[in-house]
Every structure is written in C-alpha cells, then in structure tokens.
Design a binder for this molecule. Structure first.
Ligand code: PLP
Length: 394
C-alpha cells in the first residue's frame, strides 16, 4: 500500500501571514476605504531596472529566430551567466571556478532541494528567529532540528557553543527577519566549528547587496576555510526585484567533500537529473544585472529602500526604541514598546495608525516581544508611517 511522506503530518500550520491577512481584511471590512501602511511582507515594490528589461526583450526576440533560438538550456546554468556570477564574486576578491556556480530559479527552491545531498539522519541547526522555510523543509525531510535561540543579549548573532551538536548549519546574513549581519570574526567561528566537526554551512546570502558597511562580509567565501565547509545560496529577488521573475544562484566549491563524496559533483548529478535548467530569457535578464549599467541601476533601487529604512530608523531613534537591522539589511527588527507582546503590538498599530508589520513571534518563539518592518514599501507610505509611529508612541 502506498505510504505518503508521513513527515508532512509533523508540519505546524504557519498562521503568521494568514493571521495578518485575516486581521487586515477584518479591519478593512469594519473601516471601508481606510488606507493601510503595508510594511509587513518582504516583497519588492519597484519594477525591474531598464538594463534587465532591455535584455529580456532582446532575449525574447532571440527565441523568434531559428539562428538565435535556444531550446533546453544547460541544467547547471548558461555559461554566460555562470561567468557573470563568477566575475561578480571576483570583483570582491573571491576566486571561483565557473563550474562552482549553479544557476537556479531562486533561493527558496535551492534551500529545499539542496537537502537531497544529505542523509536524513543529519541534524539541522537553525538560528532563530528564522526564515520559516528552513524549519519546514527539514520537517518534510524528517530531519531532527536543533533550534538555536538568539536575542538582544547577542544582537541576534549567536555563535556555536561547547554543547552545539549539528551537521547542517543554516546561517542567514544579512538576516531575515532581524536584519542583523555577522562580522568576519563571528562567521570565522562558525566556519571553524564546521571544519572541526565535519558539518556543512548552508549560507543564505539573499540580502548581501544591502550591506553598506565595508567591514562586513557579503559572502561566506570571504572567510578563510569556508571552501571546505560551506554552500552559498543567493537570489536576485531582493537584489534586483526578481521576486516574480525568478532567478538565483548557488556556489558549491570543488573542495567540499564529506565521507569521500564530492558535493559539487553530487549537485551536478542532482541538477542534471531533476531539472532542465532555467529559462534562456530569464538568464539573459539576470546577466544584465551583473553589467556595470545593471549594477548601477539596481543600486539606485536599493537606495530607495535604504532611504525608507533611514526614515524608520530615525523615528525609532527618536522614540528610544531598541532595534537591529535597517543599515545593512532591508528589515528592521524592533523591540515592542512597554513590554508588549508582538501580536498585541500588531493590533495596536493596525487599530490606531493603520500600519501593518510582522509580529516577531511568527519567526520562532524567541521572536516574541519583537516586531519586523520591511523597508520594501512605498517611500511616501513609509514616511507617513514613521510620522504616525512618532505620534502614537512619542
Ligand atoms: N532566503 C531568505 C532569507 C528570504 O527572505 C527569501 C525571501 O524572502 C528567500 C530566501 C527566497 O528567495 P527567492 O525569492 O529567491 O526564492
């Protein structure tokens, strides 16, 4: 008799975004025509930049002619895009081989799929509060999860302890939801731990392009020793507004081996079996992100989000509220005022000033008492929301 994957029964329903949607819907039913300041979800609001749009149009036309038409693309990525990503890392002093770069349809896809490389008996360490997909992908795979809580005392940047025992280590920096960024020294502690214990770091660099403090690492491969213990998963979703266009990349160094198995070769085998590559048109659009013009334009968009962050941070500073993030990340993670719970604060903001944010509790138990603002929203709305916060909490 067929047996489904019974680990799905262990998944907890994620009520977070459902509850937020229900509460905002009810508010709008009770207050028809009210304007909501939406700073909850992490989707981008600006369109793709001109360089990308132009490349997409040209690529669509390529598909109209026999001479320039492309059928199946190479499973691990088009050579032109693998090279563009390699050169992007090279511009920051990280030497990669082109075949260490794998092109994907996005970071979420990879964060789930990459688990194919690891035995079910491995324990996965997840630093909380965390991006919810890490936990769920591991529950579906039947893996034991080690929840590592973080808090204000360590700036939401915990390090491995004497008693840490885990095989797969999820590190997201800059972090969603906290916006906190690990320093080189802190990442070195994780790299040393992984090399010493034979663990593998899954480094989620989805927000690297938001780092403005030059002393902070954009990539785990800036850290000595990472080539023997880390996989980096990245995305153009937030960097270049590709949330609906879909493109990501994954770096697996040749040196990464465990029990005589080479993880780069295993991933080639996996991709050539389980995918037929990413669309030619989208890969052309993505390659435009890495041109000088593309880089300039995406950073103009990022600057708009960063200005949103500045406006909100200024208001929180005036209010004397503790927070992380905002400077090197598109999220601000604030302590709820007056010891309020995170849903209590959500309700207060919605009822009194029509601001919608995300309660920290939705990212793990230790997120209780905190609240996340996304800075991907409309600049006018963000400025007004900052004013309203000052009026409400000042
Ligand atoms: N990783 C983190 C930390 C994210 O916050 C997100 C999206 O919000 C992703 C990965 C997913 O990125 P993608 O759109 O490439 O699937």
């Amino acid at each position: 008799m067929l047996r489904p994957n019974m680990y799905y029964a262990d998944l907890k329903d994620s009520y977070l975004f459902y509850n937020i949607a229900q509460k905002t819907k009810k508010y709008l039913e009770d207050h028809p025509g009210a304007h909501l300041y939406r700073m909850g979800i992490g989707d981008v609001s600006l369109p793709l930049c001109d360089a990308v749009i132009e490349a997409l149009h040209i690529a669509a036309d390529d598909q109209a002619n026999k001479q320039s038409f492309n059928g199946y693309m190479p499973e691990c990525g088009a050579p032109f895009l693998r090279k563009a990503v390699k050169d992007y890392y090279g511009s920051r002093g990280i030497e990669l081989a082109e075949d260490e770069v794998f092109i994907s349809s996005g970071a979420s896809d990879e964060l789930g799929d990459i688990l194919d490389l690891f035995d079910r008996s491995n324990r996965s360490l997840i630093i909380e509060p965390a991006y919810p997909a890490y936990v769920d992908a591991n529950v579906m795979g039947g893996r034991e999860i080690v929840h590592l809580s973080s808090g204000r005392d360590n700036g939401f940047l915990p390090l491995p302890g004497e008693d840490t025992e885990a095989d797969l280590l999820y590190i997201c920096s800059p972090n969603n939801p906290t916006g906190a960024v690990f320093s080189r020294e802190q990442l070195k502690a994780w790299v040393d731990y992984a090399n010493k214990n034979g663990s593998v770091i899954l480094f989620d660099a989805a927000y690297e392009a938001f780092i403005e403090d030059e002393s902070l690492p954009h990539s785990i491969f800036e850290i000595e020793g990472a080539r023997t213990c880390a996989i980096e998963i990245c995305s153009l979703s937030k960097t270049a507004g590709f949330t609906g266009t879909r493109l990501g990349y994954t770096v697996i160094p040749h040196e990464l081996e465990r029990s005589g198995m080479n993880l780069n070769k295993m991933w080639v085998r996996n991709r050539t079996t389980k995918t037929n590559g990413v669309s030619y048109v989208i890969q052309r659009g993505a390659a435009a992100v890495f041109t000088p013009e593309g880089q300039k334009q995406i950073h103009q968009n990022i600057a708009i989000y960063k200005n949103n962050a500045k406006v909100l941070m200024k208001a929180l500073d005036k209010l004397g509220i503790w927070y992380t993030g905002g400077k090197n990340a598109p999220y601000i993670w604030m302590e709820c005022p007056k010891g309020m719970g995170s849903w209590e604060f959500f309700d207060l903001l919605l009822d009194k000033v029509q601001i919608v944010g995300t309660p920290g509790e939705g990212f793990g138990k230790c997120g209780e008492g905190y609240f996340r603002f996304s800075t991907f929203g409309d600049p006018d709305d963000t400025a007004k929301a900052a004013e309203l916060l000052l009026g409400l909490l000042g």
